[in-house]
Design a protein. Structure first.
Length: 99
């Protein structure tokens, strides 16, 4: 039998943070692969409510298994305080360095 692994999900659920006090790129656009979209994200873009994530967990039969811990907030505020032991797989997806 496989070991009982725990998933730690960290998300602000607030979308992009305010980065107005940081230097902007001179291109002022969003690039996907080789495609320049001409779009510059702003605070709150790409947000999603926490209940949407929780509903996906429930829909896939994982709710109530004590194998998923949700850390709500920015990485730098939540991950250092999470008391995560050994990590077997790590995938971080931050929209920008600030988040």
């Amino acid at each position: 039998s496989s070991p009982q692994r725990v998933l730690w999900a960290a998300d602000s659920f607030k979308g992009l943070p305010d980065d107005s006090k940081f230097q902007k790129s001179k291109t002022k656009s969003f690039v996907i692969g080789q495609t320049n979209t001409g779009y510059e994200g702003k605070k709150g873009d790409f947000s999603s409510a926490r209940h949407v994530f929780e509903d996906n967990i429930k829909r896939n039969g994982l709710w109530g298994t004590n194998r998923i811990n949700i850390l709500e907030g920015w990485f730098n505020d939540t991950i250092p305080k999470a008391h995560i032991g050994a990590i077997s797989f790590l995938r971080l997806d931050g929209d920008i360095y600030l988040s």
